[in-house]
Ligand binder design. Structure first.
Ligand code: GLY
Length: 345
């Protein structure tokens, strides 16, 4: 075949594929997760294929990231706080029953999503935090271990050497943009504007949605939060409606990015409600990002959305250094995890 003819055939094929198999084509079951965390997608997909529930899929998928530490922002040994400690946030939501289990500031336990599921299934509560969450986890059979690694120690000591920069304190003395603490209250100089010192690589939460053949939806998240956070800081990931949301009568959504900002606007809840009202997942994701942009035009973040028929989409806020967001999908068409991307706007 001549090169010209080959190019014509290729173009024709591309048009046919685009027309008949558009991005986000609906097939069930479906697994979708934030970032190119392919092994997490594969773990969730295999779980569904071997008869596991959507909750099992989300738990196993996120747990894979916790074990592999994904890109360092999930699981042990990442995002040391101001005192050098790694703490974990996670949640899981059952879109059939609207039950949620979550942990925040979890210490010494690696499998945060597992503990979140135990909160959902072994208590009447929704969210457990800090040391008490760890004691609960140990009582439920989870092993207590040090979450510190050489890498997290190194990140921490570099931060100390660099006068504790970046730093998330404000209106304290000594000046937190120049000096380490301890800090005391200072004059209120800075009220609203969040400094753009949040590195886009320091919030790469795994957020995952699974939808089964019958349209049952579950969603979940797991993260070690924000590097150099003030001890006790909890982001969006363990908060239902912020980090993730699932409702088997509408769909699921999961967010990633600057949780301090994103959790104020409940993007996952908004996206699911928009899908309930008939928006397709891409439009719902976009509207949730737009809502945050209205208030914080420079925020770093993205969201994935899926409805109960297996359509899916994603959206992200375009900021310097972040113009395209990558996510993973497995469905009955692809089987193996497929890397997808969306241009930020
Ligand atoms: N989105 C993760 C966090 O900000 O903690």
């Amino acid at each position: 075949m001549s090169m010209q003819r080959f190019c014509r055939v290729k173009m024709l094929l591309t048009i046919v594929i685009t027309l008949f198999f558009p991005l986000g084509r609906a097939t069930l079951p479906l697994v979708i997760n934030t970032w190119p965390f392919k092994n997490a997608t594969a773990a969730a997909w295999t779980t569904l294929q071997s008869g596991g529930s959507v909750l099992d899929a989300v738990e196993k998928g996120c747990a894979r990231c916790e074990v592999e530490q994904c890109d360092g922002s999930v699981g042990y040994g990442g995002s040391p706080d101001e005192s050098g400690e790694t703490t974990l946030d996670a949640m899981i939501m059952n879109g059939d029953t609207m039950e949620v289990g979550a942990v925040a500031g979890l210490r010494r336990i690696k499998n945060a999503i597992g503990v979140a599921r135990a909160v959902m299934e072994r208590t009447d509560h929704t969210l457990l935090v800090g040391d008490s969450a760890s004691v609960f986890a140990e009582n439920m059979g989870f092993i207590a271990e040090d979450l510190t690694t050489n890498k997290s120690m190194n990140i921490f000591s570099q931060w100390l050497k660099g006068n504790c920069q970046p730093n998330y304190r404000k209106n304290v003395f000594p000046d937190p943009s120049k000096s380490c603490g301890p800090y005391k209250p200072g004059a209120i100089l800075r009220q609203n504007k969040r400094e753009q010192h949040t590195n886009t690589r320091s919030h790469d939460t795994i957020g995952m949605i699974a939808v089964d053949q019958d349209g049952r939806v579950a969603a979940g998240t797991s993260t070690n939060g924000l590097t150099h956070k003030v001890p006790g800081r909890v982001g969006d990931s363990p908060i239902a409606g912020a980090g993730a949301y699932a409702d088997s009568s509408a769909g699921g959504a999961a967010a990633t990015g600057d949780g301090d900002i994103m959790m104020r606007l409940l993007p996952s809840y908004l996206a699911v409600e928009l899908m309930r009202a008939g928006a397709d997942p891409s439009a719902a994701c976009k509207a949730a990002i737009s809502r945050i942009k209205t208030h914080y035009s420079e925020f770093f973040g993205a969201i994935i959305c899926a409805n109960t028929t297996g359509h899916y989409g994603a959206a992200c806020n375009k900021v310097p250094g972040f113009s395209q967001f990558h996510y993973m999908v497995s469905n009955s068409e692809s089987g193996a995890p497929l890397l997808k991307s969306v241009d930020c706007f």
